[in-house]
Design a protein around this ligand. Sequence first.
Ligand SMILES: CCCCCCCCCC/C=C\C/C=C/C(=O)SCCNC(=O)CCNC(=O)[C@H](O)C(C)(C)COP(=O)(O)OP(=O)(O)OC[C@H]1O[C@@H](n2cnc3c(N)ncnc32)[C@H](O)[C@@H]1OP(=O)(O)O
Ligand SMILES: Cc1cc2nc3c(=O)[nH]c(=O)nc-3n(C[C@H](O)[C@H](O)[C@H](O)COP(=O)(O)OP(=O)(O)OC[C@H]3O[C@@H](n4cnc5c(N)ncnc54)[C@H](O)[C@@H]3O)c2cc1C
Length: 664
Amino acid sequence: MEGVDHLADERNKAEFNVDDMKIIWAGSRHAFDVSNRISRFVATDPVFEKSNRALMTRKELFKNTLKKSVYAWKIIKELRLSDEEGIKLRIFMDQPGFLDLHWGMFVPAIKGQGTEEQQQKWLSLANKMQIIGCYAQTELGHGSNVQGLETTATFDPKTDQFIMHSPTQTSSKWWPGGLGKVSTHAVVYARLITNGKDHGVHGFIVQLRSLDDHSPLPGITIGDIGMKFGNGAYNSMDNGFLMFNQFRIPRDQMLMRLSKVTREGKYIASDVPRQLVYGTMVSVRQTIVSKASDALARAVCIATRYSAVRRQFGSENGGIETQVIDYKTQQNRLFPLLASAYAFRFVGEWLKWLYTDVTQRLEASDFVTLPEAHACTAGLKSMTTSATSDGIEECRKLCGGHGYLWCSGLPELFAVYVPACTYEGDNVVLQLQVARFLMKTVSQLGSGKAPAGTTAYMGRAQHLLQCRSGVQKAEDWLNPSMVLEAFESRALRMAITCAKNLSKFENQEQGFSELLADLVEAAIAHCQLIVVSKFIAKIEGEIEGKGVKKQLKNLCYIYALHLLHKHLGDFLSTNSVTPEQASLASHQLRSLYSQVRPNAVALVDAFDYTDHYLGSVLGRYDGNVYPKLFEEALKDPLNDSVVPDGYHEYIRPLIKQNFPSAKL
Ligand SMILES: CCCCCCCCCC/C=C\C/C=C/C(=O)SCCNC(=O)CCNC(=O)[C@H](O)C(C)(C)COP(=O)(O)OP(=O)(O)OC[C@H]1O[C@@H](n2cnc3c(N)ncnc32)[C@H](O)[C@@H]1OP(=O)(O)O
Ligand SMILES: Cc1cc2nc3c(=O)[nH]c(=O)nc-3n(C[C@H](O)[C@H](O)[C@H](O)COP(=O)(O)OP(=O)(O)OC[C@H]3O[C@@H](n4cnc5c(N)ncnc54)[C@H](O)[C@@H]3O)c2cc1C
């Protein structure tokens, strides 16, 4: 029934103040106000309509993305929106497009790697969108291995120019978003060659298309790489290819903040670590963690509301059937995902702090925390995106058959989200970076250099290698120090086992290759410890609002104990817990599920998502699912006529067994 809140009973059960939780979820009252205002603005503007996009052709979808993006930019300018409001507008617009790469990578690359002069020149154009840029690093032959890129930028002292060239087919740039059809410029990563010497990969600002008629400049071949996974979804983005044929750019278009080439062609490396050339990726990996919580929260919101609406079995004497959310199996699959969404939110907040801190240090030429910032951004990007992709798919299954309908919102969410496991660094490759960092930290134990930050626990190796968990009853699993000790001991013992096995190899690199799978598992254990510890830190801090802290505590322990359950092999094989303690953890989990159950719908309401943003008939705020499923079905073009096109050609001859031209 229209106008009726079918989930009102669920909302009345809540034992906490949802409005207070909304502030915690958003991060602050101000952040909530901005999100709330901008999401409602987008939801009510017809230009941002998105329900029709699965049926659009690629060309229609692309043009629709241009329309929305330019309209969004017009709004940002005309209403003088702040940067924060502009970002929210793009998020709630919910359609991947060139703006993401222009603002998310092109502009940050110039800010991070350009000199002051270069910033003044290029940012003044980019900030007004008089030029549109993308981030062209990956090539057909190399994505993960950045040092393996083949594009060359050879300095020509006669003309004071770099000659950009793609020497092989595999050196073609391949994948950059916004490159295929829109960008006028790119930050291109290429091997710098001066006086015949290869100085490795550096960034260059390159104009690709005419600012008058948008045609590619002579010496440039450019286009879109073609359809990607799913309908609609990431196909709104023009991921592109690009080849250079001896294309010339002025010398001052090499990004020269980190190293320079002089007029004479002399290469001057600064004393900063060369890895700062990867800085844009580090910054984006950090934002991807918060975005993981957002994507997972969307899926969980849909699955939770629908699980409260959906009834199946359990009716006695013709009475009402059981809400599927009351099945313990449903809770055991759904509530850990709800807890993960909150966990990723808080670790994302912390990571933002860490990133801001390292940025300030770098500006003061303090590089000490750079390896940790790299390991944390890489590891948490990897861990949270993998868990989110799996979680969205699990939410689809939690919605049964209807979850497979496009209008559930889940197929498209999955299709848009899943490349996050690959872009900004393949998730396995990134965990191997964490593993290298851990092996280095372990090798330095006992050297007098105390591990700091997220590896500080390794400084208590003596204790953590010997300790036995003190858990004796189920409630002990609600003791933060007992939970932390179990996770620390598991992570440390896995890392030390890897280090011991590595030391058996004469050649360390060969040993590393042999042990890759174990190293990835050790890295994941370390990352999970970070997330658990940041969630615990959150609930131990000041939290305002009626009943809010209690809910967050429940979610925190669900997050930790479900991981313990899922990775029980690790916990048992490292003797971090006994089988009896593991079974007490399962007992405690069941009790926590019962406590979360009456609050589940309110906990997803706290995300404050509009129906427009959710884009899901199953996840509607009012729970009015069934009539709306019918409405959606009737909108399908196949239902435009009762008798379908093709009846006379195929169906009728078939049932009449009358195939005019067929030789059977
Ligand atoms: C709507 C609004 C939202 C706004 C959000 C905007 C976001 C837009 C998102 C749009 C979506 C998609 C866009 C996608 C873009 C891309 O995908 S761009 C391309 C991304 N590519 C990658 O991520 C490549 C991954 N590979 C690498 O990063 C490196 O090759 C790798 C780290 C794997 C290895 O590098 P090497 O140079 O070979 O290093 P190695 O020899 O292994 O290590 C040497 C040393 O350096 C340390 N290291 C490596 N990387 C870093 C770093 N980034 N920072 C600091 N230190 C680093 C490494 O740990 C080693 O240290 P050691 O002490 O010597 O061991
Ligand atoms: C939607 C999307 C958008 C993108 N946008 C951009 C963009 O804007 N700009 C840009 O420059 N790039 C972009 N990319 C490219 C992206 O960054 C790369 O695809 C990514 O870094 C992975 O590299 P790859 O494709 O070379 O994978 P590969 O490295 O070829 O991975 C293939 C397999 O090999 C494994 N593997 C590789 N190396 C190792 C190793 N050392 N040890 C163990 N296993 C390994 C991986 O785990 C994976 O299973 C985008 C990609 C996608 C999908």
